[in-house]
Structure formats: C-alpha cells, structure tokens
Design a protein around this ligand. Sequence first.
Ligand code: FAD
Length: 324
Amino acid sequence: MSSILVFCSVQDGRIKRSSLEAMSRARDVAAASGSSLQAVVLGSSASGLAGEAMKYGAGTVFTVSDPILDAHLNAPVIAALKSVIDHAQPRLVVAASTEAVKDVLGALAVRCDAAVLPDVASFDVSGSTVSCERPVMAAKKLAATSTDHSLVFVSVRSGSYEATEAPVSGTEEAITFSFDADTLGLTLREVVQTAGDTVDLSEANVVVAAGRGVRDEEGRALVQELADITGAAIGASRAVVETGLFPATAQIGQTGKVVSPDLYFAVGISGAIQHVAGMVNSRIIVAINKDADAPIFDVATYGLVGDCFKILPLLNAELKRAMA
Ligand SMILES: Cc1cc2nc3c(=O)[nH]c(=O)nc-3n(C[C@H](O)[C@H](O)[C@H](O)COP(=O)(O)OP(=O)(O)OC[C@H]3O[C@@H](n4cnc5c(N)ncnc54)[C@H](O)[C@@H]3O)c2cc1C
C-alpha cells in the first residue's frame, strides 16, 4: 500500500496549526485513495510530539531528534527529510506552506527527483494523478495543475483546510541520522526574536491589520488596544510598512505573509489585490473604512463605514465591557 507522508513543522515546542490542517486533509485523501498516513517530526522535541501527530491520524510517526535540526538550517533539514523519504518511500509528501518549507522544498525535490506542487489551496489524489488548485495572479485566479510523477511534494497554504482530530494508536519510528556540522559552511550566531510578547502572525486566530487610514501613533495605539483585547497578532498593509509605522515582519499580502485567522480586522485598508492575496482565506473579515466604495468591502463579512479614529475607541470600549 502506498503512503502519504506529512512533514510537521514545529514552533515553540508545538506542531504548527498549518501542519495539522495539511495533515487533516492528507488523512482524508489517504482514506479515499487506500493509502496509509505517516508523519515526520524533526528536532530535539520530535519524540514528545509524536503523540500529537497520532491524534490527527498518523499511523506511523518518523522522528529525527538530532538537535542540529532545531535551528531550521536548510542543509540538515533537507538531509533529514531525504533520509526519511528514502526510508518511508511515500507516494506523496505533504507540508504546510511555511517560509521554512518554501526554503527547502525545491532543493529537496531535486535530491529526491520529485515533482513539486507548491503553495496550493487544495489537493487530491485520483489513481496515479495528484492534482491541485494554486492561487495565481495575486490570488485572483486558481490554476488547476496535476502530475503523474512517481513522487510528488505538495505544500498547502495555511487556512485551506480545517485541523480536525482523528486519533489513532500509531507507532513512533526513530530514524538514525547524523550530520557533520563542519560541512555547513555557515555559523548560526543568534536567532533574533520579535521584541515583546507578540502573537505569531501566520498562526494567529485573530489578526488586527492596519492600513494607511491608521495614519499615526494615535491610530497605532488604537490598533494595539484592539489587538490586546482580542489576543490578536498585528498585521499591516505595505503602505504603513513603507512609512515605518509598522515593521516589515507585519506585512500581509502578495509580498508579505499569508494569513488565515478565524477573525481578521482590516482597519483603514483599501483592499488592493496585493493585500487581499494574503488575507482572503480568513474566516470572518471585519473591515473598517471611511470610504463605502473601498474594495475591501467586497471581501468583508462585516463592514463598518466610518472614521477608524471614531469607531475604534467605541469598539474597544464595547469589546472590553463584553469580555469583562
Ligand atoms: C508588486 C506589488 C506587491 C505588493 N505587495 C503588497 C503586499 O504584500 N501587501 C500590501 O498590503 N500591499 C502590497 N502592495 C501595495 C498595494 O498595491 C497597495 O498599495 C497597498 O496595499 C495599499 O495599502 P493601504 O490599503 O493601507 O493604503 P491605501 O490604498 O492608501 O488605502 C487606505 C484606506 O484607508 C481608508 N481611510 C483613510 N483614512 C481613514 C480613516 N480615518 N478611517 C477609516 N478608513 C480610512 C481610505 O478610504 C482607504 O481605503 C503591492 C504592490 C505591488 C505593485
């Protein structure tokens, strides 16, 4: 029986939500195509996370616990994944489309002679064909792509599927792996963390995103207050990243991050296609904009037409009262 292998990305000692979403879809595809579902977890916490992967349906969890994998350096990650793929011989390898996965996918595919379907919004298997839909042209269109290659890698956009548990009593298989750090040719000196106790944007359940309408420090403070009340991560349009009001790491869109929270507040954002490409998969979108014709209202679930400097103080006060 062929197998589907899911690469579980780990962050802060947990399997990323986007990986669990990809695994939930892979589980359904495996069931429909008569394949077994396997997972791979890398890093010193791998063994402790095998149970989490089984909770989402992985019958076999391959773990590679070498601490050199904790730093997400591409060369050891590629070598470890290649070892697991050579060992498990899957038909299909599925991963969440994270920045780290984007970094290794091409090189890994070359080493394994695999076809790649990157950054897909959906995928399926029918007979020997793996098919997918990929957002293209700033997510304005979906391109249908398929391949009959014997080994296929698929990376899945976060928010494309829901993460649902389906526990199995699986087995963990530790893979022997060694990597000569001297061959790296680079030294990791420091991992720089974002200052403060911030919520990770690409994994957040709630995002408050600010655009040019937020204008200045006063607006930024109102956005921060809404984020604090709702436990949200803060995002931004490119316009306010370019003015320096928000850091580049907050940019959402075609050339920024792709997010898919349950709730997305777009404050003073016009809704240019390059921005919408990064947030259109959000479940509920609340747009606040003083221009009733702003394109953001075309994708919004709820729209508040008005000045955000008047709306946000009222909204924040009401939310505080309701959540007290
Ligand atoms: C190749 C390329 C890549 C790009 N990549 C990205 C990307 O990744 N992410 C991204 O965001 N952009 C990207 N852009 C830029 C994009 O085209 C837009 O210019 C940008 O998204 C606009 O940001 P904005 O909505 O904040 O500003 P604007 O378009 O200027 O809109 C501001 C909005 O705020 C409203 N407003 C003003 N004052 C108030 C107020 N007091 N209260 C309420 N509403 C108010 C206005 O009505 C308006 O709708 C890219 C562009 C190109 C060409």
